[in-house]
Design a protein around this ligand. Structure first.
Ligand SMILES: Nc1ncnc2c1ncn2[C@@H]1O[C@H](COP(=O)(O)OP(=O)(O)O)[C@@H](O)[C@H]1O
Ligand SMILES: [Mg+2]
Length: 370
């Protein structure tokens, strides 16, 4: 068979395009639409036409629904509140009504619908019925809900960080100052006691009190910097990471090293407060995991900027883990890391298997951290 034998002839082509009467073409168009339920109601609100999109969205076949009142699509609450009749009345009076809300499928399940009802009249203005177009917006609504939840969770995190910052500052400035003053008073007291032979034996006791005050001051500094590392606000992300690694090495005896690789000389200045807090907390959580689970002897933290991406990698040489998906619901550490990365519009992957250590790999667009 020749190529031209497969093709419709010129006259056949013409026939498929415009020889179909206009009315039939509209019918074919509506029949082809899958994403919208498009149908007609008679003036009393009974269904008088039905398209495959309507069957797909609402679940009724053509024969099941023709002739039934359209209130079948509404929830019991809406029916009790008289909503179907009210919408028809508005459409009749104003030509058109639009509504968004829950609707009910044949099987009783609900979907979030965007609905328009338009009055259809003949040339003399007599009401012939209504054209109704319904779109299933459930997925969109879920997406919007997710977006809202994510905004709320980012806001909660910011509020928590600010609160921790406030508490850390008060601990440092207020309680810290008072401890310093107390230590000076005790030192003065010591000098007074030392000056007289009969009170001199009390001097060792004041020394002991001063030692206790020093220990308190140290605890206070540790608690304050756990709440909010002062370096993060004063010197930026990279300095705070260096401090974190050093502190981790001291606390747990696991050698933690930080490697910064960036094209930009002003690397630190690139990170806005939200981003540097998030990246810092991610590394903090990862290190907590290394201390708790890894039994590692070293952990490497690498922060790099390549082109328009910032990458953060945390890799240890410990026992590793079998990663289950989805993670167990009691494990909030890795989930928290995921959430923080998502808020920075980035991607994260966890790689590990028993014996191979644990590797967290994060990529974030530079634009999201500036
Ligand atoms: N560095 C690591 N080395 C080995 N296993 C790890 C490491 N980090 C995480 N894991 C594994 O992943 C699991 C989930 O971690 P996470 O979400 O932080 O929860 P949690 O620390 O509360 O158990 C841990 O229970 C552990 O089994
Ligand atoms: Mg953890």
């Amino acid at each position: 068979m020749t190529a031209s034998g497969n093709e419709p002839s010129r006259s056949e082509k013409a026939a498929s395009a415009s020889d179909v009467p206009l009315e039939d073409r509209y019918f074919l168009l509506i029949e082809a639409v899958q994403d919208y339920a498009i149908f007609m109601l008679d003036p009393a609100g009974n269904v008088s036409s039905w398209n495959p999109g309507a069957q797909r969205i609402k679940g009724y076949s053509h024969d099941e629904i023709i002739g039934r009142h359209f209130s079948a699509f509404y929830t019991d609450e809406d029916i009790a509140a008289g909503k179907p009749a009210r919408e028809l009345a508005i459409a009749a009076a104003e030509g058109r009504v639009e509504d968004e809300g829950w609707r009910v499928r044949r099987d009783g399940s609900r979907f979030w619908a965007n609905v328009t009802i338009s009055a259809v009249r003949d040339a003399s203005g007599t009401l012939l019925g209504f054209a109704k177009v319904t779109r299933d917006m459930t997925d969109r609504m879920r997406l919007a809900e997710l977006e809202r939840a994510s905004e709320v969770s980012a806001q909660v995190q910011i509020t928590r960080e600010n609160e921790q910052k406030r508490i850390a500052r008060e601990l440092h400035d207020d309680l810290g100052q008072q401890l310093t003053a107390l230590k000076m008073s005790v030192a003065l007291m010591e000098a007074t006691l030392a000056a007289k032979a009969e009170t001199a034996p009390l001097v060792p006791q004041t020394r002991a009190v001063q030692k206790e005050i020093d220990a308190m001051a140290m605890s206070l500094r540790r608690i304050a910097s756990d709440l909010r590392p002062p370096l993060l606000d004063d010197l930026g992300l990279t300095a705070a990471l260096e401090w974190l690694a050093e502190d981790f090495t001291k606390r747990y005896g696991v050698a933690a090293t930080v490697h910064i690789e960036a094209d930009e000389p002003q690397f630190n200045a690139q990170f806005n407060e939200f981003a540097s807090t998030n990246l810092f907390r991610i590394v903090q959580e990862a290190l907590t995991n290394v201390a708790r689970h890894a039994n590692a002897s070293r952990v490497r933290i690498e922060l790099a900027c390549v082109g328009d991406r910032v990458s953060l990698d945390i890799e240890d040489n410990g026992v590793g883990a079998t990663l289950t998906l989805p993670p167990v619901s009691t494990s909030f550490g890795l989930l928290g890391i995921r959430e923080r990365v998502r808020q920075l519009q980035g991607t994260v992957s966890f790689a590990s298997s028993p014996g191979t250590g644990f590797h967290i790999s994060i990529r974030v667009p530079v634009a999201a951290v500036q």
